[in-house]
Design a protein around this ligand. Structure first.
Ligand code: A2P
Length: 272
């Protein structure tokens, strides 16, 4: 994948690889460790985990087992917002991962409101625990509340994003605010792979439904985090930089949106 493994520039001057392996719901132990190693062997250079996933130690083992140098890999974890102290929790994540810095540290969801954790996130960055800081599951309203108090601006908002959860209002507002969107559940946790329209486009372009959904996200200029624990699927999901979807196919996929171009990150705010 290498020469075609693109990055996006973030507002803080760093670069983030467009394709990441997501490890939500990957079990701690060999399942996560192997998935991370296979992804890095297949050319992925970005791994996305979280304190809440309980698999950071396995992510660290997978990274070391791959033999890929640390400085070639982009590692994200997320602050579990039922904890109190983002900087202290970042240091604990680093211990579990066996790393001495995170590339990206984001608030997992706006539990208790969008602003209280931000000074601690800024401290995590100032102390060198994380090179970039951002958020996840923030609506435009929550992002604006945060921007109003931030000394250092969030550079990422990671949200559920796919043709079926297009959230165009949120994407456009993030872009205006120089916040890059990351797409989690780009395959709808597997549900969208059987959609007729997706299957028809995949068949016509000679690709798989997963590749079509991931490519759609790439062409929206977002970072995309497909999850798999299977070697063949991890490899398949990485083969998305050697073809392009036409404007017609992109428009057909756009029309699958069920969010009404929302500016919200979630309909079910499980934390409130
Ligand atoms: P598994 O981990 O068993 O391979 P999302 O990225 O939207 O969260 O979707 C992840 C789900 O989709 C997981 O259940 C994963 O299963 C499945 N999946 C990931 N990639 C593929 C693929 N290329 N083909 C079929 N299923 C896939």
């Amino acid at each position: 994948m290498s020469p075609t493994n693109p990055t996006i520039a973030l507002a803080d001057g760093t670069q983030i690889p467009v394709l990441a392996l997501g490890v939500w719901q990957a079990k701690d132990g060999p399942e996560t460790e192997n998935a991370v190693r296979w992804a890095l062997e297949a050319g992925y250079r970005h791994i996305d985990t979280a304190q809440a996933y309980g698999n950071e130690e396995s992510v660290g083992r997978g990274i070391r087992a791959s033999g890929v140098p640390r400085d070639e890999i982009y590692v994200t974890t997320k602050f579990y917002p039922e904890s109190k102290d983002p900087a202290a929790e970042a240091e604990r994540s680093l211990d579990r991962l066996g790393l001495d810095y995170l590339d990206l540290y984001i608030i997992h969801w706006p539990a208790g409101g969008p602003t209280w954790a931000w000074p601690g996130m800024e401290t995590a960055k100032d102390k060198g625990f994380a090179r970039s800081i951002g958020v996840s599951n923030f609506s435009v309203e929550e992002l604006d509340a945060l921007l109003a108090i931030a000394d250092q601006r969030p550079v990422i908002n990671q949200v559920q994003f796919s043709p079926f959860a297009y959230r165009r209002g949120l994407l456009d507002a993030c872009t205006e605010r120089q916040v890059v969107v990351e797409a989690y559940s780009p395959l709808g946790t597997g549900r969208h792979l059987d959609d007729k329209k997706v299957a028809e486009i995949a068949e016509r372009v000679g690709r798989t439904p997963a590749q079509v959904l991931i490519r759609w996200a790439v062409q929206k200029d977002v970072v995309v985090l497909p999850k798999s624990t299977h070697k063949d699927r991890i490899e398949e999901n990485g083969q998305v930089f050697d073809f392009e979807l036409s404007d017609e196919d992109m428009a057909a996929l756009d029309s699958l949106d069920r969010t009404g171009a929302t500016t919200e990150a979630r309909t079910d705010k499980w934390w409130s």
